[in-house]
Design a protein around this ligand. Sequence first.
Ligand code: SIN
Length: 308
Amino acid sequence: MDLSTTIAGVRFPSCFMNASGALCVTREELLALGRSCAGAIVTKSMTVEPRDGNSTPRYYGFSGGSINSMGLPNLGYRAYAELIPELKRLGKPVIASVAGLCEDDFPTIAAMIDAAKPDLIEVNLSCPNIPGKPQIGYDAEASERLLKRVRKVITVPMGVKLPPYFDPAHHSAMGAVISRCGVDFLNLINSVGNGLVVDPEREVVVIKPKGGFGGLGGSIIKPVALANVRAFWKIFEGRMPIIGTGGVVNGVDAFEHLLCGASAVQIGTVLVEEGLGVFRRLETELTEQLDKKGYKKLEDCRGKLKEL
Ligand code: SIN
């Protein structure tokens, strides 16, 4: 089955791609994504200067999910700007993920990375793992200010990666911000911060940074991710392309994201745990699911979730 999809006018050969952070920091990892069955290459969220990230252990996988506090380890925007032409030659869209340690970093990085012409830019307002720096996406005013600044310097389609919201009032407030900032697509959701995983045997936390607090991913966050995809799909009445991220481990999970309104699906925890071969498995499983349900293509089920 054709699992290609289009987001903000850019065609993706498959609806599955890596979530920023999963196997996408180094040149080697990015090239490997390009050679895999992934539908795109999404870079690690970049900062102005290269970063080693938080102290280790900073990722822990458990049955049902993961917790991480990576702390934005990345090569710095200059290295990604240099890499983008090489990545684009691999024949699939490149999404550059832009972060920052302060508000002024975002437009600086956005302008420089835009000049390297990635196919799309994703502005990450939702990293939960920088000690002392709250997630910008939980501050509507700061988000609006920042998005208006980056919008002025970004010429390619601009998306926003949001944190999970847990109340319809917050979905509406952020929806209003998004609608005023010229956003072309949304990526929902980043990891659920700040969780705490405990090893009861050793009576200890499982990751080192921030006393063990970190972003949750994997199956356990799927209902939160689906709720956010659905809420924003409804707010924008199906007109805002959405990448659904969170809790996708098999083809049926991806199908659920599509039903809620996603146009594409990103994977983090399952990619880290299973490696690049996961893309082929997910494509096979989603094809089986769509066949079983009698859908001929992705768009036929997008947003079609029924209510009781
Ligand atoms: C990290 O590097 O800590 C994760 C980035 C993110 O969740 O946005």
